[in-house]
Design a protein. Sequence first.
Length: 612
Amino acid sequence: MTGFAGWFGGAPRADGRLVLERMGAALGRPAARDASGPNFGIVLVSPSPGASLAVEADVVCATEGHFAWRDPETGERAKDHGPAAALITAYRKQGAAAIDQIKGAFSFVLFDMARGRALAAIDRFGIGTLVWGTARDGALVVGSTTDGVRAHPGIATSLSMQSIYEYLYCIDRVPAPRTIFTELSKLAPAEMLSSERGASEVRSYWQMPYRSGARIDAAEAARELRDKVRASVSAAVAVEKAQSVGTFLSGGLDSSTVTGLAAELVPGVKSFTIGFPIEGYDETYYAELAARAFRTSHLTYRLKAEDVGEILKKSVAIYDEPFANSSAIPAYYCAHAAREAGVEVMLAGDGGDELFAGNARYVKDRVFDHYLRIPGALRRYALEPIAALVPRDVSLPPLRKFANYVRAARLSVPDRMLGGLFGTTAAEGVFSPEALAAIDRESTTALLRAIYDAPRDASKLQRMMNFDLRLILADSDLRKVGRMCELAGVRVRYPFLDEDVAEFAAGLPDGLLLSGGRLRGFYKDAMKGFLPDEIIDKQKHGFGLPYFDFVTGHAPLRDLSCEILLRLRSRGIFRSEFLDGLVGRLRSRTTREEDGVAWDLLVLELWLESRA
């Protein structure tokens, strides 16, 4: 892991240099640059072009990521002296409002000794990361990762049962602002942390500017879409050595678009995909179709069950929190193949679905709107009592379908969008009584609903997309791709997560986004003539890992999975009978819907072992 870590305030430290060494080591490599004083210290350990450290009189700043600037004068200073020096200059002029000058994918921390103030923030989409906590002496401790923050001797951490519950509820990660540790928090996209004289607060400095009632000319909007995405890809390529650029190419809309636009700038650009030996997961046909259409230098890595076991521990340990998005494994092998081919930076298509309405639930959830049109008395006194009497495992399909529909319709939209394991299995059957006593399920519900309700003047569709930007994209997909690229030794850029592209998308009305009732209807129409028709018409997929198919057919991976799950019993977090049931079904190669949690749990155990 890379980034920065440091502290501000608290009691003067005589061991500041030693603390910086510990924090730098926790970030994964020897310290590159650092600065310290009686009441502060900061260490920077990062290979990114935007990594810089500047000290100017009474202000120190560390930055990481890719910075762009609205003010040309600030941009020129960044070119000559680095983004940290440029940010200090902007801060002296504008104070905390200097955040509005920054575009791009970034994180930073700034200490103002004269005012006793610290500021830290991440970019608008959560590509950058920042974790923070308060030391025993009152110092603010910040870092790119929980590991960096925990290395400060004033920080003591304990495992959060609430976060483990939310890790399963949200399917594969701990959602911001929580971390796996009770005492630490992390920033969500477009959030800034400010601390003055020991008092800290977090605020949002930007929201997607949704305009639910906008009127748009479809033909003009299509031209603008193509221009904005092309400009974003061009900006990403322009700051790199052309021959060092490669692309993820799954054969879907977004990766094909990014690859095609990159090929206009770098003829024969290198593209990479993952193939699977299991029908239903393998999309190499579409990736190769796009590669031929855009004349890329294309490479396919065919993933095997053996590959999962080989990289499993390393892929878990690279994360500073438990993270179980299983497509991280394919993403790693794709990035590794790119690195072996001489690529230094990958372009990824992440973000398109959340900006241009590409997730199936955006259409499927409309079926629940009909339920609210039924008279309230009929729902409360007839339909809901009947559904409550129907067992979840009832054998009659029509009755099961009716009961499941009513149960889902009664949930709020954000509760329907997530739910993970607990959509099929009650938490009481999963957690030990001791763990369950430390979990506040209402707190989770309140967090999710607050995220859903946050956008102003937004339609239901826009709220759902914004919810996914925050909880699916930032907390899962970007963490997956970013950390796997880091493990493989390459950097990554996300052209769709350009502010101009996103703000354009925010102004598109629902009817245009879902033109003809189709997911990504507007986007597909806009890209006709550029993308091959077969790619425009294909079903959405991606680099999903066929974990259960591999386990079924590969005894070593099955044995390894069972062994790891059984080790988890000793921690007292989960009911032994629940874990035993999972293991029994894995060994017999029979699974139920809720058994998808097996991957999440074995990742949790491996992660806990890596941090023991």
